[in-house]
Design a binder for this molecule. Structure first.
Ligand code: CTP
Length: 408
């Protein structure tokens, strides 16, 4: 007998969404089409987890459905994706629901974006395109099956047994970003990955296809690393998922030491995912990956820091020069890898030391413009770091002294 989830819906759906779902049910009746709550929301209802967002599958054209909601119920269409026939709709209560036409997907080449077709297909054909059994569950919102759970792949049992299982053996070849998704659900939900799925995941990672766009993989890593747990990076390392992007294993990082940097306001919490992704890429051949110029710059800077650090430990001026003008994210990644206390010293004590005089001041003192200016500024900086000079006047006096001593 099929399970009825009316109780869960009444008790777990946030109030804001309840009227929106009612209106959607009514619209489905008016348009004589079937609609279903689908994917993450059903999984989270069964797990009694907080409901974050709601997806509804429309067994018809979801764009037409959204337009009806707009016209008859004063909803606002926020976004339409014509090629996928999906629409994001804001209801008067303020909540947003994503409506997607049921569809099939065809992977013409491994790792490439699938081609969507057969819009408005039956639900079984729609769920076939999905990643894991736990994401294939649907709840009917109208007709004779109203509020019944529809479970083509035993997803309910997998949720109860906390198992992540792919639907078919080609799943990771079709879409390798699902490997990161498997980890994401494993860590986020505290599930384990089922045996055959692990086997196929390892098979793929032993011979990954690199000739594919990395955008989706990158995005999944960003979602994965936004899970606020200390072990996401270690798990990524243990599973070898870096192989999706690189042959070389990354350096190990210690996320816990991030707390030591909190004081210095170098990052926002929502940037940690990007920082960890870059840690993962540090040893990769990142020139062949489509990274932004900012991302590449950070990786180059971290390598510079790692290469030059040991030569700079001896004195504060060298420490200053090493860390000065580096991007915050470069400093953070360097620290996660090395836990170098010199960085803390720099941030605490050295960072705010600057030379106040400029080129014009040197010209007024009789210097001729040249590359020698930087030497003078560095000499002044050294004295400031030692604490021998503090005021601007002292800087001027010292510049005068250098000029006389060196007879410039
Ligand atoms: N999906 C997939 N393969 C992907 C991405 C998504 O099969 N590479 C399917 C999944 O079945 C998923 C659905 O598309 O249920 C919607 O994707 P998304 O919104 O990313 O998944 P959710 O399950 O809602 O995950 P989250 O809880 O992180 O929002």
């Amino acid at each position: 007998m099929s399970k009825n989830l009316e109780f869960e819906l009444k008790n777990q759906i946030p109030e804001l969404y309840k009227s929106a779902i009612k209106i959607s049910e009514q619209t489905a009746e008016e348009l004589h089409c079937n609609i279903y709550l689908i994917g993450g929301i059903v999984r989270d209802l069964i797990l009694n987890n907080t409901i974050k967002d709601i997806d509804i599958a429309v067994q018809a054209d979801a764009v037409m459905f959204a337009k009806r909601l707009e016209k008859k119920y004063g909803c606002k269409i926020l976004k339409i994706q014509e090629n996928l026939r999906t629409a994001s709709v804001e209801f008067k209560s303020g909540c947003v629901i994503d409506f997607a036409s049921t569809r099939e997907e065809l992977y013409k080449a491994p790792g490439m974006l699938p081609v969507a077709h057969n819009f408005g297909c039956d639900l079984k054909s729609d769920v076939q395109r999905r990643d894991f059994t736990i994401n294939t569950l649907a709840i009917s919102l109208n007709g004779a099956e109203k509020y019944n759970l529809i479970d083509f792949y035993n997803g309910y049992d997998d949720i109860k047994n906390k198992k992540i299982r792919i639907l078919h053996n080609n799943s990771f070849i079709d879409d390798p970003s699902r490997i990161v998704r498997a980890l994401k659900f494993m860590v986020r939900l505290n599930f384990s990955i089922e045996e055959n799925t692990i086997k196929l995941l390892n098979e793929y990672l032993s011979n990954p296809c690199r000739n594919i766009p990395i955008e989706r993989i990158k995005n999944e890593f960003l979602q994965y690393f936004s899970i606020k747990k200390d072990n996401t990076f270690d798990i990524a390392l243990d599973f070898g998922v870096f192989k999706l992007l690189s042959d070389n294993p990354p350096l190990t990082v210690n996320i816990k030491v991030l707390d030591n940097l909190k004081l210095f306001n170098l990052f926002d919490d929502d940037e940690i995912n990007e920082i960890l992704l870059l840690c993962l890429l540090l040893n990769s051949d990142y020139n062949s990956l489509s990274l932004t110029s900012q991302e590449k710059k950070i990786l180059i800077e971290v390598k510079e820091l790692l290469n030059n650090a040991e030569h700079s430990f001896s004195d504060d001026f060298k420490i200053y020069k090493l860390f000065n003008k580096k991007l915050n994210k470069s400093l953070i990644i360097y620290y996660l890898i090395t836990k170098d206390e010199n960085l803390i010293k720099y941030l605490n004590k050295l960072k705010n030391i600057t030379v106040e005089i400029n080129g014009n001041d040197l010209i007024e003192l009789g210097y001729k413009p040249s590359g020698y200016f930087t030497v003078v500024f560095d000499e002044i900086l050294k004295e400031k770091i030692k604490g021998n000079i503090t005021t601007k006047q002292e800087e001027i006096n010292f510049a005068k002294f250098i000029k006389e001593k060196r007879n410039i």
